[in-house]
Design a protein around this ligand. Sequence first.
Ligand code: AMP
Ligand code: GLY
Length: 431
Amino acid sequence: MKILLIGNGGREHALAWKLLQSDRVRQIFCIPGNGGTATLERCQNMALSLSDFEGIARFGLVNGASLAVIGPEAPLAGGLADFLNSKNIPTFGPTRNGAQIESSKSWAKELMRSAGVPTAEGKTFTKSQRGEARAYAAMARTPIVVKADGLAAGKGVIVADTLEQAHQAIDVLFQGRFGQAGNSIVIEEFLSGQEVSLLALTDGKTVRPLVPSQDHKPIGEGDTGPNTGGMGAYAPTPILPPHLVDGVVSRILEPVVGALRDRGIDYRGVLYAGLMVSPEGDAKVLEFNCRFGDPETQAVLPLLETPLHELIAACVEGRLADVTEILWKPGAAACVVMAAGGYPEAYEKGKVITGIDAAEEMGAIVFHAGTQRRGNELLTSGGRVLGVTGIGETFSGAIAKAYAAIEAIEFENSYYRHDIGYRVKSMSNEQ
Ligand code: AMP
Ligand code: GLY
């Protein structure tokens, strides 16, 4: 089987690495790929623009690709899955209509309401309703959450502690800080608890969850400072033990897939629920994503035992019900993201990276995100540069391995959080 893999992040390196563990996967074409996918055996990068749907389809057909896997949300929201499917390249990833579950928070809210899925109470306002939005915030209790309705790379959410901050947030979003994404906004109730990412596979009928994970979105230790795409993740998280996962599948994921079907949407791909879990174990939806999480995938896939291409093929071919069990390795995995100094604001590129071989010799898996090769050198080319994943019998073992390995890697101005998984350490059930 030859596979087109779309994207260039740590998620895509992890997907390629996992898919290539099976001999059945003869070749991966990663569009555009990064410095990590460039060196995987049987994986070739191809520098095509993600908006060049025609070019991507032509390249796939000429090279005999029988499956496409789309990593990031933007091409899904833009209709790349619709296009590739129409060109007879079966594609893992929802159609443009299905991707609205991530690309429009107001659409997702409406879907959740119709499916009776627990989520924060909230309301949508368009630019012309600035006065109503300010009045709604004034009536509500603080803290309150103000969100850009459209895609903003995980950064379009402002938690306002005071009414003044809420009003500022409304103004900032409507003034276009996140471009078109802020043409409308959602104002919603603040939920407290622990955040969990539950990624599930679906063929539009059946839902099969992966192990639950926990991301760390803010840039600073102790979850301070602005949000990023995610600074580290571990799996499985004890915050959502298996019986609670079952509840999320039956009370949230299955009703949502049913509601999508009711709207004529045949959703084949990953449905990622960002959940807030209360101390009593009640889960409410913060948001849905229409794809694998990043960095969550870099912690989840190393634990997966069942061949990934079999699961993906079952989704694409509409026979996920036949996959009665997904097998997992025992133990835990933890991924620490190394970023360029300055991220998520302005940062420099082109810094030489050293020490990856040494880190891998220490038993870690180093996934590349913002890297590119120039001759024999590996250079930084993005905000999140690497994801260093450790695997262990326990969470403590996994995280220790990741941090030991990260010490071996150097580039100028590198930054990482030293406290990934700190909530697990404070939970009593960690051995
Ligand atoms: P989202 O992109 O909707 O997941 O939001 C990004 C981050 O903002 C989440 O990971 C949460 O940390 C926070 N957030 C979003 N919605 C809420 C909410 N209703 N209550 C509390 N925190 C929230
Ligand atoms: N790590 C959060 C996301 O992938 O959206």
